[in-house]
Structures are given as structure tokens and as C-alpha cells.
Design a protein around this ligand. Structure first.
Ligand code: PCA
Length: 327
């Protein structure tokens, strides 16, 4: 590099540092999100983004890209870890294979109501934040989905009715349930769920009323069993280097807007839970509690899977579950 070029660069660097401390250089963050723009997680994310943009006076502008339009669900976490995207939202339990702590919200029948989900998160989120930090990620906020139930295209009284069914999975826990029930797990993004059901790639799945409603699954399926197995969360995180480069004021804005989004998202999820189930029923699905036999069999899977998770998650996992149970 020539001396002249070096000098020019340093001069530019000095100008840049001066300008950014004065807040003159606005930054724009694209925020990939996997779920439909009309879903409450995505709408809540857009409010969060606007909150940050406003609180920083436009110094940090966040723009959401829902529906997997920038990165698909399965790509978002890596994109943020590597800095391809500075911030993103992801169903963290889909990465429980990397660290079991990411799957703490998907242990069957450990926390099955909104109140329990909040308590579990209180007990476990510290460990989850540390696990994220080890992967170059800074936690911002997390919002639960409504309780998870089973979708089928026939009446199902027990596990023997499930054998051989192609079951859409979204994380390790849902794939494990398929396996325990003698079904065939297929990993499919929510964005591709309608098509997978229409083409027969998947015939059943476990999710909230929210995703069944968004994907209009009444077009292919007939039964929803409200088993309330767990409430998984979508989590928003920032690339650690992008985070560290923020001014203290901008960090505070992201944290404060994140706390607001966590509370508002939770309230929305609660408010919409029954609306979604009504929507499924209005569109012709049979929405019912699971029968006793099915319930008992699923509880048995829950016990197996709780033990498996505890065995895999080590001391931090055990401490989180113990703290939750003591609440
Ligand atoms: N909807 C998401 C995850 C949990 C939920 O309720 C999905 O099915 O992908």
C-alpha cells in the first residue's frame, strides 16, 4: 500500500470515529424473521424495530424482513453468528442439537401454561443467554408461542393410530416425539408447511393453533388435539460484534425496546390463543382435548424426554429445571 493511500485511509478512519461518536453516522440493521408477516411475532418484531429506530433518533434503524424473505428459519442463527445479518429472530429450540439449553422450552409437559412458561424462562434464561454468548450472540428478547397441540387428518385415540404417519418436525423434541410414536419425522419450516401438507410430504404435526391458523391447515387436516405439551419461544438476538460496536445509549435503547417487546408479545400470545383455536374450528376442524389414553401415552413420552434432556443438558440444565420446580 502506498504511503499516500495509507494517509488517506487514516484520515478517513479518524473522520469516521469522530463522526460516529457524534452520532452522525446512522446505522441500518436488517432483521430476518422466519414467520409470516401477519403473525404476532412478526408484527411485534416490527414494533420493536420501530421502537429502536425512534428511541435512537434514527441513529440505529432496524428493518424487519418476515416470512423467511431474507434468510429462512434454519439459516437465521448462523447468519447472525457470522455477522451476515446483525440481528434476527429464531425458534431457538431448533438448535438444541448445538446446545441442549436451547431446547429448555420444548420439554414435553414441563411447562404447559403461559404462567409456567414465564416461570421456566425466569429460571432458565440466564443459562440460555450464556449459551448464546458462547456463540457470539447477545440475547434481546423472547416471546412464547401458544401451547402445542397435535394436528392430524383423522381421529386419533392413541399412539397406535399414529404409526407410519409422516410427521412434520421443527426441532429435535418434535422429531423425538415422532420417533417414540412410530411416526416418520420430516423437518419442514412453517413457511413451507402448507405445501408439504398439500403434496403429502407431511401428514401431521405438532404446533400451536397460531401456526395451524396462519398456514390454513384445515385445507388438508381435520383434527386438532389441544394437548398443551409446551410453549416454545422465538428469540431475538444480536451479533456480538455488532452489539459491542453500539454506543451505550443505543445498547440501552435496544434493551429497553426488547423488554417492552417481550412483555407485549407475551400479552398478544395469551390474547390470541383462543382466537386461533376458534379459527380452526370455524374452518371445519375438530378441536378437542386429547382422550385419556392418548394423554397418558404422551405423558409417558414426556417422562422419557425429560430424563433424556436432563441427561444431555448437564449441571446448568438441571439447575434451571430445579429452580423452575422450586418456584
Ligand atoms: N409455531 C412454530 C413453532 C411453534 C409454533 O407454535 C412452528 O410450527 O414452526
Amino acid at each position: 500500500m502506498s504511503l499516500k493511500r495509507t494517509l488517506t485511509l487514516s484520515a478517513a478512519a479518524v473522520a469516521l470515529v469522530g463522526a460516529s461518536t457524534a452520532g452522525a453516522y446512522a446505522e441500518k440493521w436488517d432483521m430476518p424473521m422466519a414467520y409470516a408477516a401477519s403473525n404476532y411475532h412478526s408484527e411485534n418484531g416490527a414494533v420493536f424495530a420501530a421502537c429502536v429506530t425512534e428511541a435512537t433518533g434514527g441513529d440505529l434503524e432496524i428493518v424487519t424482513h418476515p416470512g423467511g424473505s431474507l434468510y429462512k428459519g434454519g439459516e437465521i442463527k448462523r447468519a447472525v453468528q457470522t455477522g451476515q445479518a446483525p440481528i434476527g429472530e429464531r425458534l431457538l429450540s431448533a438448535h438444541a442439537n448445538e446446545d441442549p439449553l436451547f431446547g429448555v422450552d420444548s420439554i414435553p409437559f414441563l411447562a404447559t401454561s403461559f404462567d409456567d412458561s414465564v416461570a421456566l424462562w425466569k429460571a432458565a434464561s440466564g443459562a440460555v443467554k450464556e449459551a448464546l454468548a458462547k456463540q457470539n450472540l447477545e440475547y434481546v428478547y423472547a416471546v412464547p408461542w401458544p401451547p402445542q397441540g397435535l394436528y392430524f387428518k383423522k381421529e386419533v385415540a392413541g399412539v397406535s393410530d399414529m404409526s407410519g404417519i409422516k410427521f412434520r418436525a421443527y426441532n429435535a423434541a418434535t422429531a423425538r416425539i415422532a420417533e417414540l410414536a412410530g411416526m416418520v419425522p420430516v423437518q419442514i419450516e412453517a413457511a413451507e408447511l402448507s405445501q408439504a401438507l398439500a403434496t403429502g410430504v407431511a401428514e401431521a404435526f405438532i404446533s400451536s393453533g397460531s401456526t395451524g391458523y396462519d398456514r390454513k391447515v384445515w385445507e388438508q387436516l381435520t383434527h386438532f388435539y389441544d394437548v398443551q405439551a409446551w410453549l416454545p419461544r422465538n428469540t431475538v438476538f444480536v451479533n456480538k460484534d455488532a452489539w459491542d460496536a453500539l454506543s451505550d445509549a443505543n445498547k440501552a435503547a435496544v434493551t429497553e425496546c426488547g423488554a417492552q417487546a417481550e412483555a407485549a408479545g407475551l400479552a398478544k400470545a395469551k390474547e390470541l390463543t383462543q382466537f386461533y383455536l376458534d379459527g380452526l374450528a370455524e374452518n371445519g376442524m375438530e378441536v378437542a382435548a386429547p382422550g385419556d389414553a392418548l394423554k397418558a401415552e404422551l405423558q409417558g413420552f414426556g417422562e422419557t424426554m425429560t430424563q433424556e434432556w436432563l441427561d444431555s443438558a448437564g449441571d446448568a440444565g438441571k439447575a434451571a429445571v430445579d429452580a423452575y420446580k422450586a418456584m
